[in-house]
Design a protein. Structure first.
Lengths: 367, 245
């Protein structure tokens, strides 16, 4: 399957080429600026599979009358309005921007970023375009999958690729009701991307899975997990590798004979090595360098395995009920890394931050 | 009787005072942590929030009350019992009246907290309450000053009351915080295994432990040092109650 799309910018035509991967099935054409309504009409009527826009579209006065200048969000809003009226032609819209401030995830500014399926920095696209292309193709394919079951109501849940009794894993009311009531495919895509793919809960990323296994690196055990069909194969899986949490939990209980997070990293690594000859290494606490900690999550800031007793809750006002709350390891708190990452500590643990800032790490290992 | 060859350790249990503000902060933390792991229902969270707001009106007070009506109980999330049947734990509190004026006795003027387990159609399966022995006209109710009792009365449903009022088990006092942890540990053990690792959860629960257990533990230690009187006797309401001056 080959997908076609547009890149709209007033300056950097080169990104259309960088985003394209004709051999892999994605052709992105550069589209210069025009008056907003006519450009939106033209783009929509050509039924693209994807549109990428720069956030700042007002930096080149030769391109458009400065009095009629607009941002990428303005164009995206016009396109989303058209898609809501004709959902069969809905498509993903991504932002390609040089502006670092757009990175904020936990505190989106609430103005326009919900309009975009994904946000990429231009540096990221220029330095390693391959994973970005894979994600763009996955977005095109995902929208296709969603549109194929759009009229089905409950059938929309089938995009996750679970059937029979396993459906209970995803049929929670919050997700089910949101998907059924979604007014257009891009709304459903946003619910899935931001509520399921991006957040640990129903699905787990590689880092989350490593933390739950209490190991430093997933690679030595990867083939075992794939053989047990723990890998997620549903919508958007081509761009974002994820693992089913419920299948992992069932498998882990059999392997460890207990919930893995009740065991230390060393103990879990030993079990994996004995059972599978996997040669995995136990994770190391970011706080006290010990492997005898009960690693349970991937830090929201550094993504390394963290233990609950040396962490605080991250402020995440948009977390759906089916997701796990994100946490920040004490190392990222004490080094101030969480401030740089613009991730806030939840008020419920704010009183701990002051203690952590002056806490000694010596002699704090689990006995 | 042989004395075990073990070095005796002197244990000191400090006298503590918990202000209304400190209790509010601890309840707020527990409510948020329970919500974060999806153990508590939105209604249950709101009930605890209401107590936090009430306590925070007089944050420095050392005498304060907690009251959670049975109709506005702290309702937990639906869960399954060993048979796979739906059950819902609920905590209510007819009245906790804290008065920290002396430290020879648990710091309560009144204490009545209940844990009720309901089935999927809201029938009561079991009800337990931690109670303070009532005193009427200076005459104490029979039983330990602080006791655990099965059953209890549901206003307007005398016919469904458990026929026996006894035994009243000698039991340390428990407040809302300690009951919340008891529910988490017994009914949502997987989630509790995470909560108990959380430093702020432990700190909040410690507030309830200090309030409820300090004077009780001192009494037990005192009782263990004498052999002329049983512990149960010394903790019986007629023996232990401090008569107001």
């Amino acid at each position: 399957m080959s997908y076609n799309g547009f890149f709209v910018d007033d300056l950097d035509e080169i990104y259309a080429t960088l985003l394209s991967s004709v051999g892999d099935g994605l052709a992105i054409k550069y589209r210069p600026l025009d008056e907003a309504a006519s450009l939106a009409g033209e783009l929509f009527n050509s039924h693209p599979d994807i549109v990428a826009v720069d956030f700042r579209l007002d930096e080149n006065p030769e391109m458009i009358d400065p009095n009629k200048a607009y941002n990428g969000s303005g164009l995206a809003q016009l396109l989303r309005d058209k898609a809501a009226a004709s959902p069969e032609y809905d498509f993903p819209i991504v932002l390609i921007s040089a502006e670092d401030k757009l990175e904020r995830f936990y505190r989106p500014d609430g103005t326009a970023h919900d309009l975009f399926d994904r946000i990429y920095k231009k540096d990221e696209v220029a330095e390693s375009p391959k994973p970005v292309r894979a994600q763009l193709i996955s977005l095109c394919k995902g929208y296709e999958d969603i549109k194929a079951v759009w009229r089905g109501g409950l059938e929309r849940l089938s995009v996750f690729g679970l059937y029979g009794e396993e459906l209970t894993a995803i049929a929670n009311q919050e997700l089910r009701a949101a998907l059924i009531s979604a007014g257009a495919p891009h709304i459903a895509a946003s619910i899935i991307l931001k509520g399921v793919i991006d957040r640990p809960g129903l699905l787990l990323s590689d880092n989350e899975l490593s933390a739950r296994l209490g190991i430093a690196d997933l690679r030595p055990i990867e083939s075992v997990l794939v053989d047990r069909q723990i890998q997620y194969q549903g919508v958007f899986s081509g761009g974002w590798r994820r693992w089913w949490a419920h299948r992992f939990d069932d498998w882990a209980r059999t392997v460890f004979g207990a919930r893995p997070t009740t065991m230390t990293g060393s103990a879990r690594a030993n079990v994996l090595n004995e059972n599978f000859g996997a040669n995995v290494k136990a994770a190391v606490s970011t706080w006290n360098k010990s492997s005898d900690e009960r690693f349970a999550f991937s830090c929201a800031v550094c993504e390394r395995p963290g233990e609950i007793r040396h962490s605080v809750a991250a402020f995440d006002p948009y977390a759906p009920k089916h997701s796990h709350r994100k946490r920040i390891c004490w190392d990222c708190v004490q080094t101030g890394r969480y401030v740089q990452a613009k991730i806030e500590v939840d008020d419920v643990d704010a009183n701990l931050v002051e203690d952590v800032m002056t806490k000694s790490r010596d002699g704090d290992a689990n006995s | 009787m042989q004395t075990p060859n073990r070095q005796s350790v002197e244990i000191n249990v400090n006298e503590v005072t918990v202000t209304a503000g400190e209790m509010a902060e601890a309840i707020r933390t527990v409510a948020n942590k329970l919500l974060a792991v999806d153990i508590i229902s939105p209604e249950g969270y709101a009930s605890l929030g209401e107590e936090v707001r009430r306590l925070n009106r007089t944050p420095k007070a050392t005498s304060w009350e907690v009251e959670i009506d049975r109709d506005d109980a702290v309702i937990f999330s639906e869960t399954l019992d060993e048979r796979g049947e739906l059950i819902i734990p609920r905590i209510s509190c007819k009245g906790i009246s804290v008065e920290q004026v002396q430290h020879d006795c648990p710091p309560f003027a009144a204490l009545d907290v209940a844990l009720e387990i309901q089935d999927g159609v809201r029938n009561s399966l079991s009800r337990w309450h931690v109670d303070w022995a009532n005193s009427t006209n200076g005459v104490s109710q029979s039983g330990p000053l602080v006791h655990l009792q099965y059953g209890g009365h549901r206003p307007g449903h005398r016919d469904t009351d458990h026929p026996l009022k006894v035994p009243r088990w000698c039991h340390p006092p428990m407040d809302i915080l300690l009951l919340c942890e008891l529910v988490a540990a017994n009914f949502y053990e997987d989630k509790w295994e995470e909560l108990r690792e959380d430093q702020n959860w432990c700190k909040a629960i410690a507030t309830g432990q200090k309030l409820c257990y300090s004077a009780y533990l001192r009494k037990m230690l005192e009782g263990l040092s004498v052999s002329s009187k049983t512990l149960l006797h010394s903790m019986w309401a007629t023996e232990w109650r401090i008569t107001p001056e």
